[in-house]
Design a protein around this ligand. Structure first.
Ligand code: PMP
Length: 392
């Protein structure tokens, strides 16, 4: 009898069925995926150069232009999560020695600065305490002092729950010869943003928050000014995968015949297309209003329970993700574990500078409902009764 050459047996765990419980995802993302978007992602695969897939990509591009409020030609979805879009923006905009000013008031500025340093850029940081936002005066001082080519700022700071006002920043940057790069991963569709009117040069987001699609594709767009900077590069971007020249061609943004660049995550694109379609059907204004109203209701309920919101100024609160201080006498991990175990519900602890200090509650896209506000408030009331350190 022939003896097997295999020394590693088929893993037992793979011989059992896939286990995926039902869960209400009210953390800072991902948010739940509605059936329609799940069904789109489960459709039969097509080839990545088939005309029907290229057509879906064109539809995604139009959906992103609507969601971003832009007519930029160079608009597409990166094959990767929000971090991948952040890298695509920085890898393509910056060359070694370029000065970039990074507005840091939470983890996303810290990460952008880290990525830019890896590129050999000259990274200057503009600092604000977590929970605060930057004023145009703060920004102007930084632009005058550091003379950057690019300013990075986060619209929806999901680690702190801050919504950064963007009015006037684009114009300010342009007056100082600088491009404006904005991270809207956590805010797109949940808070107003107008890429063209606000003169934003590069804007990116993610699929798994308000758009309610699975993670893995990330909308991004470059203004004409930003495109010109790409064309003036002396060196190629350090990543082939994220080279906007190649991606522009694959996405049909350069008027040339489309060439194979990489095998796109086609089923993720089907899901993203449906997420964008649902946003288009609802309408941006209705979506912004829905997020605002449910966030207000949540904040009211939290303060009625005696909890303290982390972001003091109401207008600076991100409508998609609310941060609330961990109350005295509690450990955040007990509360999040209690909600998961007893209510099948995810909320999150802090991230980066807010670790141990806050709980983060996300109400994004189809998860932003008054029913979910009531559910999370009820579950938290229950947790506060059961999780006090003196009871454990
Ligand atoms: N920026 C912000 C503001 C985010 O909230 C996130 C995700 N939490 C990211 C970037 C990174 O996105 P991803 O986890 O999809 O890579």
């Amino acid at each position: 009898m022939a003896t097997s050459l295999l020394r590693v047996a088929p893993p037992e765990e793979l011989l059992r069925p896939l286990a995926v419980p039902e869960r209400l995802l009210l953390g800072p993302g991902p948010s739940n995926v509605p059936r329609r978007i799940q069904a789109a992602g489960g459709r039969q695969l097509l080839g990545h150069m088939h005309p029907e897939v290229l057509q879906v990509m064109d539809e995604i591009k139009a959906g992103i232009q609507y969601a971003f409020q832009t007519r930029n030609r160079l608009t597409l979805a990166i094959s990767g999560s929000g971090h991948c879009a952040m890298e695509a923006a920085l890898f393509n905009l910056l060359e070694q020695g370029d000065t970039v000013l990074v507005a840091v008031n939470g983890i996303w500025g810290q990460r952008a600065a880290d990525i830019a340093r890896r590129l050999g850029a000259n990274v200057c940081e503009l600092l604000k305490p977590p929970g605060k936002y930057f004023t145009p005066q703060d920004i102007e001082q930084g632009l005058v002092q550091h003379k950057p080519l690019v300013l990075f700022i986060t619209h929806g700071e999901s680690s702190t729950g801050v919504l950064q006002p963007l009015e006037g920043l684009g114009e300010l940057c342009h007056r100082h010869g600088c491009l404006l790069l904005v991270d809207a991963v956590a805010s797109l569709g949940g808070a107003p943003i107008f890429m063209d009117q606000q003169e934003i040069d590069v804007l990116y987001s993610g699929s798994q928050k308000v758009l309610n699609a699975p993670p893995g594709s990330a909308p991004i767009s470059f203004s004409e000014r930003a495109r010109e900077k790409l064309l003036r590069r002396k060196t190629k971007p350090p990543s082939f995968y994220l080279d906007m020249g190649w991606l522009a061609n694959y996405w049909g943004c350069d008027g040339e015949p489309r060439r194979y660049h990489h095998t796109a995550p086609i089923n993720s694109f089907f899901s993203l297309r449906e997420g964008l379609a649902m946003l288009a059907e609802l309408g941006l204004e209705s979506s912004w209003e829905r997020h605002r109203a449910n966030c207000t209701q949540l904040c009211q309920g939290l303060t009625d329970m005696g909890l303290e919101l982390f972001v003091e100024e109401e207008k600076a609160r991100l409508p998609t993700i609310t941060t609330v201080r961990v109350p005295e006498g509690y450990d955040w991990k007990d509360i999040t574990a209690f909600l998961m175990d007893n209510h099948g519900m995810e909320i999150a602890g802090g991230l980066g500078p807010t670790v141990g200090k806050v709980l983060r509650i996300g109400l994004m896209g189809c998860n932003s409902t008054s029913g979910n506000v009531a559910r999370v408030l009820g579950a938290l009331r229950d947790a506060l009764k059961r999780c006090h350190r003196s009871r454990l």
